[in-house]
Design a protein around this ligand. Structure first.
Ligand code: TUI
Length: 307
């Protein structure tokens, strides 16, 4: 299936992997790219030299294109931006902020820049700043989110910009893919389904929580701090929401989540850890390889789009 995104990124299928903190390391990114999508290394809060190593390891596992996601709240973002250029990475997605200050550096180096946006205003600003495409990410997504749903956001972003749009948030199978195409998107970004990929290094306990999750099992913490985050409900989210209700200050809330994603992903602590996942978790029933996931999605989507 050809779209402006498959052409822009030189990939077989218009599916890109979310740049998930701790989850999106080189094994997952390479597996998604080898399966014909675009794998991404999530730089998250990692030091730049760690990101450099991840890029090199990914390159050992695949000769297909892959990218890096830069999380703009990362204090090391400037160094990470530089490493991306030095290592010859061809695609960058960004999240949780405005990447304008890195645009010139990346564009001059021939890096394709695809900011993740959660509003029409941000999409328009990114297009004016030189973005090659945008990911329109609805609030069904896991992790840091905006406030508009994918169904409402994607067609409004499609109408507002002329660069290609990638739909994200609540997409986990071929139906979500086909619906995204109907909304005017030219690719999808998928996160939660890749959390439980066979090649994903996420701890088995975390994967099991995603597989067990039902439609209503995620919740949003951090509304009061301006950094809303969607994750699966557990002891940590209950305590966090209680503290927020009581008007706890930012530092007190931070204490609860400091290192909590690592705790979930690496240690498998599903009680005190942060289990970032999207609302589509309820649809995900089993661990599969990245290749099986992508083939499943494309087969189902093609049948629907041909109807
Ligand atoms: O970035 C994400 N998802 C993330 S980042 C992350 S790490 C984190 N952990 C705790 C708190 C905060 C971050 C986990 N998941 N998705 C892309 C995304 N970007 N969603 C929303 C936005 C966004 C929000 C505001 C993009 C731009 C923006 O603009 C604000 C500005 O600077 O104008």
């Amino acid at each position: 299936m050809k779209t402006r995104i498959t052409e822009l990124l030189n990939i077989e299928y218009p599916i890109i992997q979310g740049g998930m903190a701790w989850v999106a390391e080189h094994n997952l990114a390479a597996a998604v790219s080898n399966a014909g999508g675009l794998g991404l290394i999530g730089a998250a809060s990692a030091p730049a030299e760690v990101v450099r190593e991840e890029i090199r390891k990914c390159r050992e596992l695949t000769d297909k294109p892959f990218g890096v996601n830069v999380m703009l709240l990362n204090p090391n973002a400037q160094e990470v931006a530089q490493v991306i250029v030095e290592e010859g990475v061809k695609v960058v997605t960004t999240g949780a902020g405005n990447p304008a200050k890195f645009m010139e550096l990346w564009k001059n180096a021939g890096v394709k820049v695809i900011p993740v946006v959660a509003s029409v205003a941000m999409a328009k600003l990114m297009e004016r700043t030189g973005a090659d495409a945008v990911v329109a990410e609805g609030m069904e997504s896991g992790g840091h989110i905006g406030s508009t749903t994918t169904m409402a956001l994607v067609p409004q972003v499609v109408d507002a910009v002329s660069v290609p749009v990638i739909a994200a948030g609540g997409i986990g199978d071929g139906r979500g893919f086909a619906a995204s195409i109907m909304l005017g998107a030219e690719a999808v970004q998928i996160g939660t389904r890749f959390v439980v990929a066979r090649e994903s290094i996420v701890h088995a306990n975390y994967k099991q929580q995603v597989v067990k999750a039902k439609d209503i099992d995620s919740t949003v913490t951090g509304m009061s701090t301006g950094h809303p985050v969607r994750s699966l409900r557990n002891k940590m989210t209950k305590e966090y929401l209680k503290l927020e209700k009581e008007g706890a200050d930012f530092m007190e809330l931070e204490k609860l989540t400091l290192g909590s994603l690592r705790k979930a992903v690496i240690e498998g602590d599903v009680v005190n850890g942060t289990l970032m996942a999207g609302q589509i978790a309820g649809l995900i029933k089993e661990e599969q390889t990245c290749n099986e996931i992508i083939q499943d999605i494309m087969k189902q989507a093609k049948a629907l789009l041909q109807r």
